[in-house]
Design a protein around this ligand. Structure first.
Ligand code: FHN
Length: 440
């Protein structure tokens, strides 16, 4: 008799944990947000794509500098040599509030950072591995803790990138998959048993730490290709997903974890903007220039006009855009990045009402631009607008009560046609990249 209440309490506790873990997670904030900042920051931000005066080859992603096919000798930079970066990692210019302010001013609603990238280096005070910013570098500050505080203060959702498959620090972590597929030198992949050791002793405990210490709003895992699937078995992924929800029930998870089942949103390929949407939340992560991590010789900056189009394209198809910044080894954003973020922010400050909380219009996509729907309003994004242009929205059955330029509030003329609605742009336009027309 005495054990019964105890048993009942234990059972209830167990049921509530399971129930919490299985409850649908709230994705609405994510879908409403539409625009977020991605950050790649770590040891690799110091060499910034150049090692001993030699520019990296192959994918030219600065965060991959340790492993470059044929670099500068087969096998890449030896770990002991790479680890000389630990003593050099001292980003004195890092200011969490300033980073988050920049994201917020750009019109972004959430923030995602590489808690641990493929090199295995952690940006927080991990008790699981000393290979982290607090224990192994002169900087000694918990970068994640400072950023999470800044995000909470400035009302920005926060998430972490965690490289769960590739880890080039811990024995047994996944190694680059290239040699097997491209083959001019070979890396011996860990055995399944060794990978299991990494999984149980580094990956799972570190992800648990992230959940317990920071209660993130979402996680962004990264995997691709056959090699990843070989290691990321259903059982391992289930353990990882369960651990996350057990410790942080509302934490969203992306599909690049290695499965589309039991996760909350789909991640597209890098810089991939699909022509059609999906019937569930999704996002594209993209770069401002070419490399994700800061690369001192990367001058391939995209124009603001192009970045805005991708943001609008994705929003019109029900997707988000996570735009990446690679801060320098000193912990600051490059002027070219700031310029673009602020230009996007200026556009969003007058047109964000047609992006945030929007859903696809479910009308044929016009050749002249894109459409979204927000609370009973239709928003028409006109690309490369020409003064006085007469444009048509096909498939709209009723004539809207009125139409106006969202930025200036200038009313425009609208008429009903056989197949939809026709509107005329004003003689003077407030933007030559994208003008938004609101139709009530
Ligand atoms: O290998 C990584 C790369 O360094 C970067 O983190 C991107 C971001 O989407 N993901 C992988 C390549 O797809």
């Amino acid at each position: 008799m005495k054990t019964l209440p105890f048993l009942a309490a234990a059972l209830m506790a167990l049921t509530s944990v399971t129930a919490r873990a299985e409850e649908p997670r709230p994705t609405q904030w994510f879908e409403d947000a539409r625009f977020g900042m991605f950050i790649h920051f770590g040891l690799y931000s110091v060499p910034a794509g150049v090692w001993n005066g030699v520019r990296m080859t192959r994918n030219d992603y600065a965060e991959w500098i340790r492993y470059q096919q044929g670099w500068p000798k087969p096998g890449g930079i030896p770990k002991a040599e790479y680890d000389t970066l630990l003593a050099q990692f001292n980003p004195q210019g890092f200011d969490a509030d300033a980073w988050i302010r920049e994201a917020k001013n750009a019109g972004m609603k959430y923030f995602l950072i590489t808690a641990k990238h493929h090199d295995g280096f952690a940006l927080w005070d991990s008790k699981v591995s000393d290979y982290n910013v607090v224990k192994a570098t002169p900087f000694k500050r918990d970068i994640l803790a400072e950023l999470v505080t800044a995000c909470r203060k400035q009302d920005i959702k926060v998430g972490f990138y965690y490289s769960h498959w590739l880890d080039w620090e811990y024995p047994g972590g996944g190694l680059p998959p290239w040699p097997e597929t491209k083959g001019d030198w070979t890396v011996t992949q860990p055995s399944d048993e060794a990978f299991e050791g990494y999984w149980t002793h580094k990956c799972l405990p570190q992800v648990k730490e992230l959940m317990v210490n920071f209660k993130p709003d979402f996680m962004w895992f990264d995997s691709w290709g056959d090699q990843a699937h070989h290691f990321l078995t259903e059982d391992r992924l289930n353990r990882l997903i369960h651990l996350i929800h057990e410790n942080q029930p509302t934490c969203l998870i992306n599909s690049r974890i290695g499965t589309e089942k039991g996760v909350d949103y789909l991640s597209m390929g890098d810089n991939f903007f699909p022509k059609e949407g999906f019937d569930r939340p999704w996002e594209t992560s993209g770069t401002l220039n070419h490399s994700w991590g800061y690369h001192r010789l990367d001058y391939k900056w995209k124009t603001t006009s192009q970045l805005l189009r991708w943001l609008v394209d994705n929003a019109s198809r029900g997707g988000n855009y996570q735009l990446n910044v690679g801060p320098t080894g000193d912990g600051i954003f490059q002027p070219a990045a700031i310029k673009r973020l602020r230009e996007i922010g200026a556009w969003m400050s007058v047109n964000g009402g047609a992006i945030y909380g929007s859903r696809p219009a479910k009308l044929p996509e016009p050749a002249w631009g894109r459409l979204t729907r927000t609370d009973g309003r239709l928003n028409a994004f006109v690309y490369d607008p020409k003064p006085g242009a007469v444009l048509e929205i096909a498939g709209l059955a009723t004539l809207p009560a009125k139409g106006w330029v969202l930025e200036t509030h200038e009313e425009i003329s609208i008429t009903k046609t056989l197949g939809g609605v026709r509107f005329t742009l004003p003689a003077v336009l407030p933007d030559d990249r994208i003008v938004v027309i609101a139709l009530d």
